[in-house]
Structure formats: C-alpha cells, structure tokens
Write a protein that binds this ligand. Structure first.
Ligand code: MTE
Ligand code: QUE
Ligand code: MOS
Length: 760
C-alpha cells in the first residue's frame, strides 16, 4: 500500500490551505514585525499604511477584544507587541488589504520608533544573569561525586550545538471564515488544532466552541507547526473577527525564516569517567538551552534533553542538569527529536573524547556500555525488552563492521590528502509525551449503509503517512478493504481536546482510538448477527476479507449485507473511541517515573571520505538496523527513516543558523542556509528492520517511527571527526556542530587558521 497522498501530491491535486477556492471578498493579511531584537516601543505610526491602495485596515494590540496572550506552557508571549519587543520578527501590526501584494506594500510603510535595549543571544550569558524560563532541572542516579575516584580515566569537554530551521515546504498560513453567531472556522496549517482553538478563543474572548479548526494536511511540520502555527492563526482569526470578512494570512518564505523559532541551540559542559576496560562509571552534564524570547515549548523540550542524555547506554552514576535560558532570539520550539538529539550529541561527544584519550576504538566503548534488560534510566524507568545490543550486533554483523574498519585503515595508509572515517550511532528514544496528560486521543467512526467508512481522529497528516496508517488500521479493525475507508480532515468539532500531533505518537494514540471505536461497532454488529443467525456464541464471529465467519465456517453474510441489515434493524453504526496510554506517569518533584510506553532502538553505521585540502566530504554509506516492532506499512516507515536521517545529517553538517550580535538572522534564505539534497545523501543507503519483534504497547504491535531516525544523523559528525583525526592525529578538535566544510578546514589546518579565515 502506497502513501495515500502519493498520486495526489505528484499530480499537484492535493489541496492545502490556499488551494481551496477563495470566498468572494476574501482579504489578505500581512504582518509588520519588529526590526530590532530588544527595545521599548516609543511610537507606532500606521497612518501611511492605512492610506495605501487596497488597504482596509491595520490592526495592532489595542484591537484585541480578549486577552493579548498566546503562551501555551507559560503566559509570557503576546500576540502583538504592546510596549516592548523581544526579538527581531516579533509581530507588531497586521495589515488587511484586498490583495496579497497590496498588503505587503502597505507593511513597508509602517513606521515604528524603538528605544533599543541590550541584546542577549548567548544562553550562558542569559543563565548568568538569572534569565531562565521555569525551574532548572536535575536528574540523578547513583553518586557521581564519589564515583570519579574509581575511574581510571576522566575527561571534560564542552559542546556548542547549532539549531535548525524547519523548512517545511508550506510556510505558516491560515484562512479564517466567519460563520453565523460569531463563530469562526479556521483552516490552519497546524500540528495542534486544539492549541489554535484555545489561543484564538482567548485572544477573541469567546468560548472554545465558537472557534472551529479544520486541517486537511500540512506541507510538512517537523515540530515547527506544533506551537508556532498558533500566532499566525490567531492573527488571522483576529482579522476575520474585526472585519467580518474571510481573511487569509500566508507568510512569505523569507519572513517565515526570520520570524519563527527553530530547533534550540545548546551549549553544554560534560565530564565522563571510565574504568580501564572502558566501562563508563560516571557522567556529569550541564545543558544550557537557548530558548529564545518566550517559553513556547522550551521547558518540555529541555525535559526531553534530560531524558535522552544517556542515549542507549547504562551509566550507574549520573547527574544531568538543564536550564532553559531566555535570549533575544525568536522563541525556539519543537523540532523532530524535541531536545533528545542535543542530549544524545553530548554523550556521544563525551564517549568520543574518552576513546581518543584511552586510545580505544570509539565503538568498543559504545558497545560495552549499551543498555540491557533490567537496567534503570536516570529518570527511574526500568527496562525490559531492550533491543540496543540486538540492533547493534545485527548492524555490526550484516554490514561487516570489521571489514569497514580494515578498509578504512588500508585507505588511510594509502592516501595522504584524502582520509576515510567511520562511526556507529546507536539510538534509544522514548515514546509518549513526557507530559502524561497529553497521552490521550479520540476517534469518531461512521459506517454508512453502503459499507463505506468515515474515520475522524485528532491526528494531523503532515506528510508522515498518518492517514495511510489510520486507513490501514481501520480496515484491519473491521476486517474490510482499505478502499472502503475514508480518513476525514481533522476537525475540532468531531474530535475535542486533541493533543498535538507530535512526539512520534500520532499513529500510536489515534490508531488505538480508531481500533476502540471500530471495536464498538463490530461488537454491535456481531451481537446483532449472532441473534439473526441463531448463534449462541457471538465471540466465534469474525469478519475476514469482508466475510462474516462463524469460527472457520462461512455464514453467507458479507460486510455489505451485515451493515445493511443492521441499519434496517436500527443498530447504531457510529462510535467514538477514546484511548489513554496505560502505565505512564512522572513525578517532577522526585524527577522519577515511568514516562514512556516503550523505547525505539536502532544502530547506524556511517562511512565518509574527506578531502583534507578542501575540507569537503562525502557520505559514502549509511547502513541502519532499526526496530519497528511489527510495522503498519513498511513503505511509509522506510520513508520516515530515510527522511529523518536526511534531516539529522543536515543538522550535523550543512545547516548553520547565523545570527549577528544584534540578534538579526543572517542565514535567512536558501542562498545562505544549505539543506541536504539528493546528491548529499549517501549513495549506499540501506535500511533493515528487526524481524520477528513485537510491541504489545503499539497498535497491532507497531512501534512509532517519526522522530528516532533523525538521531542516526549524529553518527556522521563522528565519522567526519575520525577522518580528520586520521589526517591530524594530534590536533585538538572541538565538539561544535554543525561540522560544515569551513569548520573541517579550520580544524584540519589550525596553524594556517589566520590565512584561511581571511580567505574564507
Ligand atoms: N514526516 C514528514 N514527511 N513531515 C513532517 O512534518 N514530522 C516529524 C515526523 N515525520 C514530519 C515527518 C515529527 S517532528 C514528528 S513528531 C512525527 O513525524 C509526527 O508524526 P507521527 O507522530 O505520526 O510520527
Ligand atoms: C514530546 C513532545 C511534547 C511534549 C513532551 C514530549 C510536545 C508538547 C508537550 C507539552 C507539554 C506540556 C504542555 C503542553 C505541551 O510535551 O510536543 O501544552 O502543557 O507539546 O516528550 O513532542
Ligand atoms: Mo515533533 S518535534 O514532536 O512535532
């Protein structure tokens, strides 16, 4: 079964927000945003903009009828700035005009006078001045302070980890349609319809039920539309509310890149201690997260950094500290991995540095310390059914790690200006929202009298294949063909109080809810049929390939007859299913609990070739053994593994966010921000799935797939580093990501640095 949208996307037939026919008289909105990163607004002059051709009105904070507040976790973010601005790109005013071009022309005429204040872009500087969001957090296991004495080797280091632009193909956008009685319908490109509904209701001062949010699909989200779609949707809602007209707001790419938050950059300090054999005895890490100017989801992202700070390893003595630091950058936000990748990068760096100091192969230390059944995470969760060693060993064996190692050595002995490097990257990623209450989902299922089925869930299709998965799950739950299933748009009037589509858990949660809804309907159908057929035991009835069977015996009834007869006998053919993940909890006072339903494991092997004179490199191969449980749809899942890997590789190598000291974003277009393309991807890319593995916690035994593969990308950083060390064994390389060709060159030619820097 292909991705349901494959043909529609390829032909350009799939509809996104601005592909829908335009209502007559629809207005176009454009946003005026702060040109400076920090300051007091002295005056805002909208007059010239109001007089521009086609302009209907210009809105500012004083036009907000309800509360000027959109902060989801902490109320610290205004929809439109009032007295102060805190980052470049903060919305200040909204122009409404008859055309998109007229709206943007008028924005250029808005004048704002700002008394500038000091700008902070560095998280450590923010931390030192006490500018942190929420409490600093510490997870601990064992006793790190005394464990150092038992260690044969102790190393310290620091990491500077870059952020990442989401670069969804479809920029932020929303269309608002006023209905009767003050109701607004919002077609929003959001991963979180309920977040939009709540925030819009708050801003307009109306009840939640006055706002309907409808989402067909997104042209990509990657976390960037989990919380950050809310502001643009609320502005559109405000505009429709104030004018009584349909309004559409579409961010141009350039503005989207400047105004929206990204993956959090982190700065970290680590100390790691090992015994002579390479067993890690102690690990101490401090994470300084660059949160940007408002909380957004930063505290939840930070929490996941702490959860994943020991990656796939068991370490008996651990202290993990993290603080969310407020700076004058756009509020950073969810991005595939949700803080996990940053936590994992630091432990992998610590292991690399220890291996180099001990003169041991890095992968020997990694393998020796992998998680096993019965181990405990620093956050208290006990482990069973661990697949860390299994995925590692399968990767090492089926991709012949020893041969790769030998071939690398031979190549490096034979070449001077070109070197190869390899690295293994294990992953372990927890599945569930760490905020326990979010682990719930609803589904509304209707069976029509012709046997066709309509499924609504709270999940969002953002390209990841949710709709394909839900269709397959629903077909399986009923025992009928996938062709009979239609998955509807996601709408807040059909499924209430939905969690964001995030944390890789969308198919898990909404798939389970769909199974529960379908189960109610098939239960009623079976009771009815048993009665009609004079059978005493309805539990013997099953629907297989659209046929009603009594044990193995055909009853002569098929799906169509079953549904039609049931309808004529007034059997309810609709149901609402509700799922809440069992067994998950977390105690923030003790920082212990059982936050995850299960973990996803895997291991990737990378080979790179480095041009040591130019600093450029090629990724020769990426070979992965990944744990999917029993996949719902292997094609969709391979797409997720390869896509996640591409995004992880980009984050670690090419994608460099550049801000100046005044907080202005310099890499604000695709001319200066480079993402991986098809040519950058390894020629030899192999993805294998663990065979014959189950997952009792997932729908039909499946494991979530969305985020974990991104973290394989971390491996390539260490493969490049290994190649660099083959050229310059004694150089003191940093753990700064991304490993751009410029960084490689400067790292390889430290002595010539001055000359190189002026040339670059
Ligand atoms: N894949 C595509 N094509 N587009 C996306 O926006 N988002 C990723 C991942 N894969 C994304 C994607 C992120 S950040 C998450 S959390 C998951 O998909 C969300 O979907 P899931 O919960 O169904 O895996
Ligand atoms: C992973 C996630 C999210 C998360 C925790 C994860 C996420 C998210 C939240 C969250 C937490 C508290 C809130 C809230 C959201 O937590 O996406 O509104 O009050 O939104 O482990 O992806
Ligand atoms: Mo994904 S970062 O949880 O939207």
């Amino acid at each position: 079964m292909k991705h349901i949208d494959a043909a529609g996307h390829t032909r350009g037939e799939s509809q996104y927000v601005d592909d829908m026919p335009q209502p007559v008289g629809m207005l176009h909105a454009a946003v005026f945003t702060s040109p400076v990163a920090h300051g007091r607004i002295i005056s805002l002059n909208l007059e010239e903009a109001v007089r521009c051709d086609g302009v209907i009105t210009v809105l500012s904070a004083k036009d907000i009828p309800g509360e000027n507040q959109i902060g989801a976790l902490i109320p610290d973010e205004l929809l439109l700035a009032e007295h102060e601005v805190h980052f470049v790109g903060e919305p200040v005013a909204l122009v409404l005009a008859k055309s998109y071009e007229q709206a943007h022309r008028a924005v250029a005429k808005i004048q704002v006078e700002i008394d500038e204040l000091p700008v902070v872009t560095d998280p450590r500087q923010a931390f030192e001045s006490g500018a942190i969001i929420g409490p600093a957090r510490t997870f601990a296991l064992g006793d790190v302070d005394t464990a150092w004495q038992e260690c044969a080797v102790v190393v310290d280091g620091q990491c500077e980890i870059g952020g990442q632009e989401h670069l969804y193909l479809e920029t932020q956008r929303c269309r608002a349609i006023p209905l009767e009685d003050g109701v607004l319908r919002l077609y929003s490109s959001t991963q979180s319809p309920y977040a939009v509904q709540k925030a819009a209701a708050r801003v307009l001062g109306v009840a939640h039920h006055k706002i309907e949010v409808d989402v067909k699909r997104l042209g990509g989200g990657f976390g960037g539309k989990e919380d950050q779609a809310t502001a643009w949707s609320c502005l559109t809602a405000l505009a429709a509310h104030c004018t009584g007209k349909a309004v559409e707001l579409v961010l141009p790419r350039h503005q989207d890149m400047i105004c929206t938050g990204k993956r959090h950059p982190y700065s970290a300090d680590f100390r790691i201690g090992l015994n002579q054999a390479g067993k890690i005895l102690a690990y101490d890490v401090k994470h300084y997260q660059n949160a940007g100017a408002a909380a957004d989801l930063s505290p939840a992202v930070l929490e996941r950094t702490l959860f994943h700070s020991t990656n796939a390893y068991f370490i008996p003595n651990v202290r993990i500290f993290g603080a969310s630091c407020r700076t004058n950058l756009p509020p950073n936000t969810a991005f595939r991995g949700f803080g996990g990748p940053q936590g994992m990068f630091v432990i992998e760096s610590a292991i690399a540095k220890a291996a180099e100091k001990m003169n041991k192969p890095r992968e020997q230390i990694q393998r020796l310390n992998l998680l096993r059944d019965g181990d405990t995470f620093p956050y208290g969760q006990h482990l069973d059914d661990v697949r860390a060693e299994r995925t590692w060993d399968e990767a090492a064996q089926s991709f012949d790690l020893n041969k790769i190692k030998q071939a690398t050595k031979t190549y490096n002995d034979d070449h001077f200006e070109s070197k190869k490097g390899y690295a293994v990257m294990p992953i372990c990623f927890g599945i569930s929202f760490t905020a326990t209450f979010l682990n719930q989902a609803g589904a509304l299922v209707h069976v029509y009298t012709d046997g066709s089925v309509s499924v609504s869930t709270g999940g969002i299709e953002m390209g990841q294949g949710l709709v394909t998965n839900i269709a397959r799950i629903a077909a399986r739950a009923f025992g009928i063909s996938e062709k009979r299933i239609k998955v509807e748009s996601t709408n807040t009037t059909r499924v209430a109080n939905m969690s964001p589509s995030a944390a890789s858990a969308t198919t898990d949660l909404n798939g389970h809810a769909t199974i529960l809804a379908a189960g109610q309907i098939t239960d009623r159908l079976k009771s009815f049929a048993a009665n009609e057929l004079g059978l005493t035991d309805k539990s013997r009835l099953t629907i297989v390939h659209e046929k009603l069977l009594d044990g193995n015996r055909e009853t002569g009834w098929d799906w169509q007859k079953l549904v039609q007869t049931a309808y004529l006998n007034r059997i309810d053919l609709s149901a609402h299913g509700f799922y809440a993940t069992p067994g998950v909890w977390f105690d923030k006072q003790k920082e212990k609990g059982n936050p995850f339903a299960y973990h996803v494991y895997g291991a990737a092997v990378f080979e790179v070739t480095l041009d040591c004179l130019r600093g450029t490199y090629e990724i020769d191969s990426a070979k992965i053994v990944h744990d999917l449980g029993r996949p719902i749809n292997k094609l969709v899942d391979i797409g997720q593994v390869e896509g996640g890997l591409a995004q992880g590789l980009g984050w670690m190598t090419l994608e460099e966010l550049s801000f100046d000291e005044q907080g202005r974003f310099l890499s604000n277009s695709l001319a200066s921000y480079k993402v991986p393309d098809a040519y950058f991807m390894p020629d030899d890319l192999q993805v294998k799935f663990l065979q014959n593995v189950d997952n009792p916690a997932g729908p039909y035994g499946a494991k979530a797939v969305g985020e974990p593969p991104l973290m394989y990308g971390i491996g390539v950083f260490f493969a490049i580093r290994a190649a660099m060390r083959a050229f310059r064994p004694d150089s003191d390389l940093t753990f700064d990501a991304p490993m751009t060709p410029e960084r490689v060159l400067l790292g390889l030619h430290e002595q010539e640095r001055e000359v190189l820097v002026t040339k670059i």
